[in-house]
Design a protein around this ligand. Structure first.
Ligand SMILES: [Zn+2]
Length: 428
């Protein structure tokens, strides 16, 4: 990609230590997403830009239609072939055409080497001939029709080939297939007819989560990118959730798309936003689109794409489409296009969200997370005296309200746009 005139320097700053808190014992893998609930607020108190016209509804330049679950079949970015860069993969399927289809998709997306076989003996020989050298093996369940024996095989391979993540493929993802894979310790299940992007996402996740569990080099921490239109949006919408995930061991980057000139001096607001991200333990990045006039046009998409390419997030959080602020809606649309390859995408609630904001996932957070969120919001000192939605009592009581949907005292709500499942992890 070319230069990035929109991005300001300072990406990926070292983060400060996370607030100490009783670390939870739950898994640190990519299971929950986040976002939070701010207020049920009125539309005319959108952060950082009040009283602006809303020209976005249909009057702006044409853009990719992202109104449903993402355009998997849409045009690919020029770098899409690197998604599986460096991975060596075996595909075992008794149907050579079906296996060939999967293998072609894997090669297309940058796999270093893909071996194909239609039989069990060949499959095992490939793994044994390349010990510790096959990162992921896709194995169709029909190669062993008996479910009990299938579980036993998977379990055996987990010990014999500890460096290889096994992905069970099936014609349809039934509960029986999933259960078999889960009991046998497979890293993932995959529908055999899945298209390249879905295949790549599942394989990449299988490799990384397997490596994380078994100590391989690919065991990376889950990564989340939170995109906001203005300097305080990410903290207000998902501050507690960000802090909780940092405690869980996630790498989190906050990307702010404008310097918030409508809400005050842009230099000061930029510094406040950077400090707020540091309070939460997140890295920080900032673009310089015009406050109040952000569009979902190509340059916005490309600016987000560059950060997505660098961060490679497992989860992308952004504004909801159900928002009265035109900048928020534009950033939502641009982020959905830029994040079309990100396995999980969800939307957080801004104070300007409409009553149509319909959260279907609630991330429980603790007192220390809410405190960190409040501290991060306090970092936006230039705003705190003039913005009613920054009232701490309102922020706390809103998080308390959403907690009713979880077993926790507090929660932040999310609208899930896309959620790629992983075995052993809850889907909602
Ligand atoms: Zn905003």
């Amino acid at each position: 990609m070319g230069p990035t005139p929109w991005l300001l320097p300072g990406a990926g700053r070292p983060r400060r230590a996370v607030r100490a808190g009783a670390a939870e014992t739950r898994s640190v893998t990519t299971n929950d997403d986040d976002s939070e609930a701010l207020n049920t607020g009125s539309a005319d108190e959108a952060p950082g830009h009040e009283g602006l016209p809303e020209p976005c509804d249909g009057s702006g330049p044409p853009h990719v239609d992202v109104a449903g679950p993402l355009p998997l079949g849409g045009p690919l970015p020029p770098d899409y072939g690197h998604e599986l860069s460096g991975l060596r993969i075996v595909v075992a399927d008794q149907d050579a055409a079906a296996g060939g289809h999967l293998a072609a998709g894997l090669r297309e997306r940058g796999a270093e080497w893909v071996g194909e076989t239609t039989g069990m003996e060949d499959f095992l020989r490939m793994l044994r001939d390349h010990p510790a050298d096959v990162h992921v093996a896709l194995w169709h369940e029909a190669l062993e029709p008996d479910p009990a024996r299938r579980v036993a095989l998977l379990d055996t391979w987990l010990r014999e080939f500890p460096d290889t993540a096994i992905v069970l493929t099936a014609d349809r993802l039934t509960s029986a297939s999933t259960l078999t894979a889960l009991r046998g310790g497979a890293a993932e299940v995959l529908r055999r007819g899945a298209q390249g992007a879905e295949v790549a996402a599942v394989v990449r996740h299988a490799y990384r989560t397997h490596a994380a569990r078994h100590g391989g080099a690919g065991g990376e921490r889950p990564r989340m990118l939170v995109v906001g239109a203005h300097p305080d949006d990410a903290e207000i919408g998902a501050g507690a959730l960000i802090h909780r995930r940092v405690r869980d061991g996630w790498d989190i980057t906050v990307l702010v798309m404008s310097r918030g000139s409508f809400g005050g001096d842009p230099d000061r607001r930029s510094q406040e936003a950077r400090h707020a991200a540091e309070v939460l333990g997140a890295s920080f990045d900032m673009a310089d689109f015009p406050d109040g006039h952000i569009t979902d046009a190509t340059e916005t998409v490309q600016a987000i794409e560059q950060v997505v390419a660098r961060v490679a997030p497992d989860l992308l959080l952004v504004h909801s489409e159900h928002d009265t602020h035109q900048d928020h809606r534009a950033v939502h649309r641009a982020a959905l296009v830029a994040g079309r390859r990100v396995p999980r995408v969800a939307c957080y609630q801004s104070p300007s969200a409409t009553v149509n904001f319909s959260p279907n996932r609630f991330i429980g957070v603790r007192e220390e997370d809410v405190e960190a969120k409040l501290e991060a919001i306090r970092a936006h000192r230039s705003q705190s005296d003039t913005r009613a939605y920054l009232d701490e009592g309102l922020i706390r009581s809103t998080a308390r309200y959403w907690g009713r949907f979880t077993g926790d005292a507090y929660a932040e709500p999310l609208e899930v746009v896309r959620y790629s499942a992983e075995l052993g992890r809850s889907l909602v």
